[in-house]
Write a protein that binds this ligand. Sequence first.
Ligand SMILES: CC(=O)[C@@H](O)[C@H](O)COP(=O)(O)O
Ligand SMILES: NCC(=O)COP(=O)(O)O
Length: 241
Amino acid sequence: MSQTKLSVNINKFATLRNARGANNPNLIQVAQDCERFGAQGITIHPRPDERHIRYEDAYELAKIVTTEFNIEGNPQKGRFLEIVKEIKPTQVTLVPDSDGVLTSNAGWDTIKHQDYLKEIITDLKNLGIRVSIFIDPIDQFIEAAATTGADRIEFYTESYANNFKENPKKAIQKYVQCAEFAHKLGLGINAGHDLDLDNLNYLAKHLPYLQEVSIGHALVCDALYLGLENTIGLYKRALKV
Ligand SMILES: CC(=O)[C@@H](O)[C@H](O)COP(=O)(O)O
Ligand SMILES: NCC(=O)COP(=O)(O)O
């Protein structure tokens, strides 16, 4: 199987930019440099409060991203659905974030929201957009994800990351079982949230059919010490299995 792709989530560069109200770091330059340094995709997660990525950023980035452009967010909130339908990025990742959350903290209940997801996913796929849905490793939600028409699922990997140090094999077990099940149902597999240089190589080695990881917070923190080019190289190396 081909190597898992690295999509760099640049939210936290926007956090730093917004802290002073000007345009440093310049998000366009950051995205272009991430791609030049080896990123195989750029991910953004515009939230309704625009705490980091602003809706305008999405339009400007769409003009320059040459790898894969992945826009994550809750289709029920803010201008998310409007902008992704206009931009038509490579991929949209649907995330069921509630207002005011510190960060994404749950996957979809694809049974409860089955009809809604089917409708949204059909519309987005009709626009030529690949659709992924953020999900926990729970069998019945994986099964229902397949009937929504989603192209891929994105495993919410906070639980893996939290349990990795204590017992890697146990931390990944449910994800492996769900990945096998999802593959049998014809779903592609992405993963993201709290992945870092400690836990990424083990995930890449043991999670079957993993096509893409989107990584932001830890990567940006590492880049503050190690430099962005070096850090992207280290994350790409961790994905070589
Ligand atoms: C869905 C997901 O895990 C990422 O989009 C993550 O939520 C990043 O969002 P923040 O950068 O706002 O934490
Ligand atoms: N989908 C996960 C993502 O884009 C980045 O999550 P994190 O690495 O910032 O936790």
